[in-house]
Design a protein around this ligand. Structure first.
Ligand SMILES: [Zn+2]
Length: 272
C-alpha cells in the first residue's frame, strides 16, 4: 500500500470524475490520501474536509484525510476570522495537518513580510491544536532565500512543539533536507523527481534515510514524466515511488512500507 501524502482532491479539475479518480487510485494500490485544504482562496480551506466526508466509508476508495491552511500567496487574506476558521477545522478528527503553509518567493504574490507573518500566525494555531504542518517552500531561482527564512522561523516558532511536519514537493539541496530532518520533518517527493532534468534532486534523494521519506502527487499538478502535461491524479504516485526505490536501491514494496510507516509515525496512528 502507498500513501499519497499531498493531493488537491477538492480541485475543480476533478468536478466531473472525482469518484472515478479515487477508484483508480484504490485500484493502483493507494491506501490513503492526504487531501490538501487551501482552496483557491483562504475561504475555501474547508474543501478537503468536505471531500473526505463525502467519500470516507465508501468501498474501493482510499482512506482520506484532510488538511487546512492558508497558502503563502493568500497570506494577505489572513485575518482573525480566517484564523478562527482554521482553528475550528483543525479540531476535526479528519483534519490531521495544517497546510500547505510556508513561503513562496518564486512567484510574484504576497509580500515576503506578509507571508512570514501569515506563516507564524498559522504555526501558533497548529501548535495549539497539536497538528503537524505541511510546508510549501519555493525560493527565487538560483537562491535559497525562502529556505533560509523558513528554517529560521521553524527553529524559533515550531521546533519546540515537537510536532514536526512534511516538506511537501521537496526541491532543495541536501543541506535543506538535512536541516528539515533534524527539525523532525519528513521529506516528500512529488512527480518532479521523475523529470529528465531533475538529476540534482535525484542525487539529493539518494542520500536520504528511508525513515525520513514520503511520496506524493501534488495532483492535479506535477504529473510524473510518463504523463507530463496531463492532469495528475493520486494513482500515479506509484511512478514517483518506483524512481525513489531505484535511487535508494530497495524494492518498491520497501518504499511503500517505509513511507506508510513514516506517515503513521508523524500523525500518531497505530495503523489505518
Ligand atoms: Zn499542493
Amino acid at each position: 500500500m502507498l500513501i499519497d501524502s499531498h493531493a488537491h482532491l477538492d480541485s475543480p479539475r476533478y468536478a466531473d470524475d472525482r469518484e472515478a479518480m479515487l477508484r483508480r487510485a484504490f485500484e493502483a494500490g493507494i491506501g490513503a490520501i492526504l487531501a490538501i485544504g487551501i482552496g483557491e482562496e483562504a475561504i475555501g480551506m474547508d474543501g478537503a474536509l468536505t471531500v473526505c466526508r463525502q467519500f470516507n466509508g465508501q468501498p474501493n476508495i482510499p482512506k482520506l484525510f484532510a488538511s487546512a491552511g492558508v497558502y503563502p500567496h493568500n497570506a494577505s487574506e489572513i485575518d482573525v476570522a480566517h484564523l478562527a476558521k482554521l482553528d475550528s477545522l483543525l479540531a476535526e478528527p479528519e483534519v490531521i495537518a495544517c497546510g500547505e503553509i510556508g513561503l513562496d518567493y518564486f512567484h510574484e504574490g504576497a509580500p515576503h513580510e506578509v507571508q512570514r507573518e501569515g506563516l507564524i500566525r498559522q504555526l501558533e494555531v497548529a501548535a495549539r491544536r497539536k497538528r503537524p504542518i505541511l510546508i510549501h517552500c519555493r525560493p527565487k531561482d538560483g537562491t535559497m532565500n525562502a529556505w533560509d527564512d523558513l528554517l529560521e522561523i521553524l527553529e524559533v516558532h515550531w521546533k519546540s512543539t515537537g510536532l514536526g511536519g512534511i516538506m511537501h514537493c521537496f526541491g532543495a539541496d541536501y543541506e535543506q533536507a538535512r536541516r528539515s530532518l533534524d527539525l523532525g520533518f519528513l521529506i516528500s517527493f512529488a512527480g518532479n523527481l521523475t523529470y529528465p532534468k531533475a538529476q540534482p534532486l535525484r542525487d539529493v534523494a539518494a542520500q536520504l534515510p528511508l525513515d525520513g521519506l514520503l511520496v506524493e502527487t501534488d495532483a492535479p499538478w506535477l504529473a510524473p514524466a510518463a504523463q507530463r502535461g496531463k492532469r495528475n491524479e493520486p494513482a500515479w504516485v506509484v511512478q514517483t515511488a518506483k524512481v525513489l526505490a531505484g535511487l535508494l536501491g530497495v524494492e518498491e514494496e520497501e518504499i511503500a512500507a517505509a513511507t506508510t510507516k513514516n506517515f503513521h509515525r508523524l500523525f500518531g496512528f497505530g495503523g489505518l
